[in-house]
Design a protein around this ligand. Structure first.
Ligand code: PMP
Length: 330
């Protein structure tokens, strides 16, 4: 019999899939590292596991403790899964702009979800930063992973994602492309690939137009999970050889093409990273091997990127293309 004891034991070792239709006319090989194959559905399972194990080792997280983190999405799912495996409780703090569906996913895994108002400054006592700090302090056995400052985040990629890609490509990777949120993925994976290749592998960060990583001032954008308006300590500024800024429109267009043409139903930050990867690959010779990391699946975005009316509302699709229930009934 072949089985694991718990679904959390399946984190990592995600496959590489060659991109075909969207990479038409490109001579280089473009490979996608598809992170939705992780058991919680995203790349964040990797950091959840490593952050929890590091905190157990340092004594910050004690048996029966409670994990308290401001998160509305992928990190919460990863933490909830690891918490179940190891007997911890979870309290997640979400801003009220986060959809009810996303909060319900976290509750389904057994987490407690606290909702805070979005329209207050970060230092306001009701902001989700303040509330999470207070709950972490006041909850018996409380521990806050803080994915934006926790070095176990980039470390999980240095020890996992990087070596996996090197091995899967037989050391033939020439370029690595990933979106930057906390910066953990690009910093940890990038550092490993630079070290193992003596600096040969080029590291390219993909960033939403307006975010600080590509020189923006924090202007709002719609792609989720990437870009920041501050510099987290989990991001190593010395790793990227190049940063490519991508617009929301191009990101979403590619996200939809990935589902339609590659049968990869992935999230908006995956479309963004793919746009950057193809831009880089287009300039490269046949023997180049570009690996682009796709952080999550597309099911969490059905009401947005994959919804014609939502896309039209932001001007990403012409209004005529949006079909509604009314159209069908007529
Ligand atoms: N895409 C999505 C959907 C994410 O949730 C994240 C994590 N914030 C990223 C990309 C970026 O990854 P990282 O935090 O490792 O930079």
């Amino acid at each position: 019999m072949r089985y694991v004891d718990h679904v959390a034991d399946l984190v990592g070792n995600t496959p590489l899939v060659r991109l075909g239709a969207v990479a038409e006319g490109i001579s280089a090989t473009v490979l996608a590292k598809v992170e939705y194959f992780n058991p919680g559905g995203s790349v964040k399972d990797r950091i959840a596991l490593r952050m929890v194990e590091a905190a157990e080792a340092s004594g910050e997280l004690r048996p029966g403790g409670t994990i308290v983190e401001p998160t509305s999405g992928n990190t919460g799912v990863g933490l909830a899964m690891v918490a179940q495996r190891k007997g911890y409780s979870c309290i997640f703090i979400c801003p009220d702009k986060v959809s009810e569906d996303k909060r319900n996913v976290l509750r389904a895994y057994g987490a407690e979800v606290v909702v805070c108002p979005t329209a207050v400054e970060p230092d306001h006592p009701e902001s989700y930063y303040s509330v999470s700090d207070r709950l972490a302090r006041e909850t018996e056995g409380g521990w806050k992973p803080n994915q934006y400052a926790n070095q176990a985040n980039p470390e999980s990629h240095y020890l996992g994602t990087g070596p996996e890609i090197w091995e899967q490509t037989d050391g033939r990777i020439t370029h690595f492309v990933a979106g930057i949120g906390t910066g953990g993925t690009i910093s940890g994976t990038g550092r490993y690939l630079k070290e193992v290749s003596d600096g040969r592998v080029q590291i390219i960060g993909a960033d939403p137009e307006g975010s600080v990583y590509s020189g923006g001032g924090g202007r709002p954008y719609l792609v989720e999970g990437v870009g920041e308006d501050f510099w987290p300590t989990t991001y190593d500024k010395d790793i990227c050889d190049r940063i490519v800024a991508v617009s929301d429109g191009d990101s979403f267009d590619m996200t939809r093409r990935m589902a339609r043409e590659e049968a990869l139903l992935v999230g908006g930050s995956c479309g963004m990273a793919t746009v950057a990867a193809l831009q880089v690959a287009r300039e490269l010779p046949e023997d180049a091997v570009v690996v682009v990391l796709l952080p999550d699946g597309g099911r969490g975005y059905l009401g947005k990127v994959f919804n014609d009316a939502w896309m039209s509302g932001y001007g990403f699709l012409p209004p005529a293309q949006g079909s509604t229930v009314g159209d069908v009934l007529r």
